[in-house]
Write a protein that binds this ligand. Sequence first.
Ligand code: ADP
Length: 286
Amino acid sequence: MLQITNLSKTYPNGVQALKNVSLNISNGMFGLLGPNGAGKSTLMRTIATLQDADSGSIMFGDINVLQQKAELRKVLGYLPQEFGVYPKVSAEEMLHYIARLKGVYNDKERRELVKALLEQVNLYQHRTKYLGGYSGGMKQRFGIAQALIGNPKLIIVDEPTAGLDPAERLRFNNLLSEIGENIIVILSTHIVDDVNELCNDLAIIANGKVMQQGNPETLVETIQHKLWIKKVKKDEVAEYQANYKVILSKLSAGAVVVYVLSDEDPGNGFVAERATLEDIYFSNIT
Ligand code: ADP
């Protein structure tokens, strides 16, 4: 269990990136969903012991993360947002190098580990290629391979599918979904579908604050039968925003569809719409 309590962080430039963030995360895939600038990377880097908070605490089992950084690092696998690779090193060489750094000194054991990892992330046939020649999706799968070295109990992946094409994204998400259920995997992303497909628990974060946490279906259920839509003209949107709780306005064939939350049927030409996780997301960030 990862227990984050009242975590706050203000950067020297005055930006308050985390405001009293509290989250309890248990085994399985956890989605941290929020728009750019919400504070996701700040939170991920703090859990990964790469930066300090101003106040608050993080416990991972018995490990006091902010104080016992070396202990946490032993059980952590981390795929950062900007995952730089050495361009003129092959995937195989790099994994050997990282495995040695992580203490896998026995040659035979390390060779078996590297081979198993390359097979797991589907890069075995490309193992001797330079990392500099890898596509975005291959780099991210390599990133997962290096994060898996050392049998981590906590894996953090920060915006892994941003910039991947749909096929690469599918492949990457399939790989993530195969990582054991007996560890915590935190997926930080602004892509609602990634969380919908992969996570049994999620938190929505906006402006440094946790807005909601829960199971995706349970969260969606809270606004089911309360979502209404109407096609309006572009220049009418502001008027609707003033008079209704508009969570989203979507372009549709030159017109705009406004999405409104209301316990009662708002009348006035609105029709009921089935709610999805995307509606929960937008209701929390607008
Ligand atoms: P996200 O990962 O959700 O996009 P970040 O944690 O990167 O959010 O950023 C949260 C806020 O903190 C943003 O306003 C960002 O500009 C700011 N920020 C992030 N890193 C720094 C930094 N090193 N110095 C100053 N401000 C920062």
